[in-house]
Design a protein around this ligand. Structure first.
Ligand code: F6R
Length: 605
């Protein structure tokens, strides 16, 4: 969840580190710090708060001159977000400084051991044991000390290390936490992800679990998990710096909402050739499976709930969707006749990785739907289908989520056809429906001004309910999550038919209920639920397809999205809900791209 960067070259390190940390801040933003090799040894500054605050401190720090350094932006796990607990951490002798992303599960045991040997700890973090171990094992050979140190560690880590005795070199190690090398000319980098480096280089090397590396201005040396030197060719990133910038928008979230038509185009269009869906990367004998299990976290799980309905409806195979943090510990009955589909924008979510491993261990075939190329999940799964959403920076996912929906739709239609369960006419209709989605998403974005006005009316509500049935219910969950996470309003998503079994007690005059009514065949049922909440004084905002004119007679406010294929409408229906969350958060003065307590890429349990 934290972001780390390392730099070695000939330019002043501080501006490069600070700029990289700003780009990485979406991974965690409760404290930040940098350490630099100077002519007088290692110097660091760190503080609670955002990178901006750190930058102000750095501007006044005279002793940070150097061309090699490391930096960190934190999402606290062990120890509150104080100045002392911020990274980098330094060994008691000042020889080593490290930044760390991940969790050291056995840190208490190591800490006790070192304390018994006289080492004095400064912070409450798990990370500090790493740097104290490095110093403890050091006998003049950093690589040897690093190897001995990581042998002691249980848990996850991406580490960047400076040693005062080796000027111009940054050392690194990776286990279950993302880390890449950026290869430049006369300068090299480490970073948690590409956004921090894209300004400097587009050539990156993905480090694998167990690998360690050393960079100096002119060399990149990588060692495999057995300590042998290994050669790895860089891959070239195709997207450019503009993709990682706000491009004139006030927030990444709005930029990414607006980018959804293009992201859908990039995800869908290349996969439809001559009227046929072609999933080049997928080799699956669909007849082998008697069950499909979709597992993921947060919004990706909500996408899975949509996928469950669409795949089951078209393929006529039982499909379940379950949050990964539950699935991984449930000892589920799955076997080689199960297809486990995991969904993850980042490809690094700890619970989703564990769920994927659980599926593999039990002999299931695994398919991952992932956005970040080369991520852990993409590498682990038997098969991968990439969403081509481009980099997603805002913590609240938008284009990541809609492209997950698009892939699930493509997969469902593709699989149903393979199974011989879709006749020509239905197949053609679905393919046509899929091709229409980018343009329909573009039209749904036209609702922006209307949603903004509604947000101004309702932003101060105590609690907002989202209701819907079937696919609309899956969308209600995502709409509600979006609202809570960025506006901090309390909100609940309810299956519309379930409301009357208790929760309707919370409906009172003035309560806003967002009723999702795009599911054509259940429209009348949801309309009855609208009546039930209106009879108790609720104000209803309905989202319906354009042809459903009668909705005006049911609801107080209506947002109409383009008519879509009856299985594909979620891609457009979510857009007004994303806009609602955005504008409510804006009205409430929230930090939209960096909501409190959250971070992008949840690499801890
Ligand atoms: C919500 C959100 C999260 C993620 C979840 C899974 O807006 O972004 O709920 O969907 O943390 O993340 P990935 O998709 O990276 O596995």
């Amino acid at each position: 969840m934290c972001g780390i960067i390392g730099y070695t070259g000939s330019d002043p390190a501080v501006p490069i580190l600070l700029d990289g940390l700003k780009k990485l801040e979406y991974r965690g933003y409760d404290s930040a710090g940098i350490a630099v090799q100077t002519k007088d040894g290692l110097h660091m500054i760190k503080a609670s708060g955002k990178v901006e605050h750190l930058a102000a401190l750095a501007a006044q720090a005279p002793d940070l001159e150097g061309v090699c350094g490391i930096g960190h932006t934190r999402w606290a796990t062990h120890g509150s977000p104080t100045d002392i607990n911020a990274h980098p951490h330094m060994s008691a002798d000042g020889r080593f400084a490290i930044v760390h992303n991940g969790i050291i599960e056995n840190y208490l045991e190591i800490k006790k051991d070192l304390e018994e040997k006289g080492v004095v700890f400064a912070s409450e973090t798990d990370t500090e044991v790493i740097v104290q171990l490095l110093a403890y094992y050091y006998d003049g050979d950093v690589r040897k000390s690093l190897t001995r140190t990581i042998r002691r560690l249980e848990g996850s880590y991406a580490l960047a290390v400076l040693c005062a005795d080796v000027p111009g070199t940054v050392f690194a190690a990776r286990m279950s936490s993302p880390l890449i090398v950026g290869v430049g000319a006369g300068e090299n980098y480490f970073a948690s992800d590409i956004t921090a480096l894209i300004r400097h280089t587009k050539d990156v090397i993905d480090l694998e679990d167990g690998e360690t590396a050393e960079i100096s201005p002119d060399s990149v040396v990588i060692y495999d998990r057995y300590g042998s030197r290994t050669e790895k060719a860089p891959r070239h990133i195709l997207w450019d710096i503009a993709a990682a910038e706000k491009g004139g928008y006030d927030h990444f979230m709005m930029k990414e909402i607006m980018e959804q038509p293009q992201a859908l185009q990039a995800t869908i269009v290349p996969r439809i050739k001559g009227g046929q869906i072609v999933l080049d990367s997928v080799e699956l004998d669909m007849t082998k499976f008697d069950r499909i299990l979709i597992t993921a976290c947060g919004s990706a799980y909500h996408a899975g709930c949509v996928g469950r309905i669409v795949i089951e409806s078209l393929c006529r195979i039982p499909v379940e969707a379950e949050v990964a943090s539950e699935f991984r510990y449930r000892d589920a009955v799955i076997n080689e006749k199960t297809l486990v589909i995991v969904i993850s924008q980042s490809g690094e979510t700890a619970d989703t990785i564990a769920a994927l491993k659980e599926g593999k261990n039990k002999g299931a075939s695994t398919l991952a739907i992932v956005n970040v190329v080369g991520s852990t999940i993409a590498k682990l799964a038997d098969q991968v289908i990439y969403t081509w959403a481009g980099p997603e920076i805002a913590v609240a996912t938008t284009k990541g989520y809609v492209t997950q929906l698009a892939i699930l739709d493509l997969f469902a239609v593709w699989a149903a056809r393979k199974l011989g369960r879709l006749d020509d006419a239905s197949y053609k209709k679905l393919v046509k429906g899929l091709k229409a989605l980018p343009a329909q998403a573009q039209r749904a974005l036209d609702l922006s001004a209307g949603v903004k006005r509604l947000a101004a009316l309702y932003h101060d509500r105590q609690s907002i309910f989202f209701i819907g049935r079937n696919l609309d219910y899956a969308l209600a969950m995502e709409g509600s999550l979006k609202l809570k996470e960025i506006s901090y309003l309390h909100s609940e998503a309810y299956a519309a038919g379930e409301l009357k079994h208790g929760t309707i007690a919370l409906i009172e005059p003035g309560r806003l209920v967002v009723a999702l009514c795009c599911c054509e065949r259940l429209y009348e049922k949801t309309a009855s639920n609208i009546q039930q909440v209106k009879a108790r004084g609720a104000t209803v905002l309905a989202v319906a397809q354009e042809s459903k004119r009668q909705v005006y007679g049911e609801a107080d406010h209506v947002l109409q999205v383009p008519d879509c294929h009856p299985l594909l409408f979620p891609v457009t229906e979510i857009i007004p809900l994303q806009l609602l969350a955005y504008y409510v958060a804006l009205e409430n003065g929230c930090d939209i791209d960096k909501p409190k307590n959250l971070a992008k890429s949840v690499t801890v349990e």
